[in-house]
Design a protein around this ligand. Structure first.
Ligand code: DX5
Ligand code: ZN
Length: 218
């Protein structure tokens, strides 16, 4: 399967949101990555439902929603209604993770779990078979534009081994500090989806930057 690129809309120009969404539509990107932050689970607030609704009314590619919020169960059906195709919750934010994952699937979306940089891969042993996606955070969640944490490579390899051993088809996504400097090494280690925010949207030519990342890993 080809490696996927998911531009993170957090780094887009919100004053020109439709333009930036159309840019992703016509680029080589595969998914839209959408970061929802509540100011409680993470020390920042991004944007909420009305903005996601505006994005999904123009987006023509898979919408990958990354919830950095406490008690995400409250909003699962809302995000399904807003057009999310994949809903990822944080391991650290869910007490009854198995129930949450089943509820996401029951609402018709694919289900993912994100792990903070300090959370080891082995906590997923008993749930990996149920997951469509695992998002390894390669920065501490809450902000775009942070530096990539090198320990991520080791975690990607461990997760790849866990997935293979379980015979699961879970995708491995990397989120935070992704650039042309680490993209190839990440996909060689087993990553399937690379999220890139600042590297794409703050570049001189985001369309070309996306194409560059795509060809670097494929
Ligand atoms: C961080 C978010 C990321 C962020 C990545 O909490 O989950 O998706 O947008 O941004 P960059 O690529 O700038 O690190
Ligand atoms: Zn994210």
């Amino acid at each position: 399967m080809s490696k996927l690129i998911a531009p993170s809309v957090l780094a887009a120009d919100f004053g020109n949101l439709q333009r930036d969404v159309e840019m992703v539509n016509s680029s080589k990107a595969d998914w839209f990555h959408i970061d929802i932050m509540d100011g409680v689970f993470v020390p920042n607030i991004s944007f909420g439902m009305p903005v996601l609704k505006a994005i999904s009314s123009h987006a023509k590619k898979t919408i990958d929603v990354h919830l950095m919020i406490v008690d995400p169960d409250r909003y699962i059906n809302t995000f399904a209604d807003l057009g999310a195709d994949i809903l990822t919750v944080h391991y650290e934010a869910c007490t009854h993770l198995h129930r949450t994952i089943q509820a996401i699937k029951a609402s018709g979306m694919k289900a993912g779990i994100a792990l903070n940089p300090h959370t080891p891969i082995n906590v997923l042993e008993d749930i990996i078979i149920d997951l469509d996606l695992v998002c390894i955070m390669s920065v501490n969640p809450g902000f775009g534009g942070q530096s990539f944490i090198e320990n991520t490579y080791k975690k990607v390899k461990q997760l790849k081994e866990l997935i293979t051993t379980a015979g699961s088809d879970t995708l491995i996504e990397i989120d935070g500090g992704v650039t042309n400097k680490n993209a190839k090494q990440l996909t060689e280690a087993g990553a399937d989806v690379l999220v890139a925010g600042s590297y794409v949207f703050k570049s001189d030519n985001p369309t070309e930057t996306i194409a560059g990342l795509k060809s670097l890993c494929n």
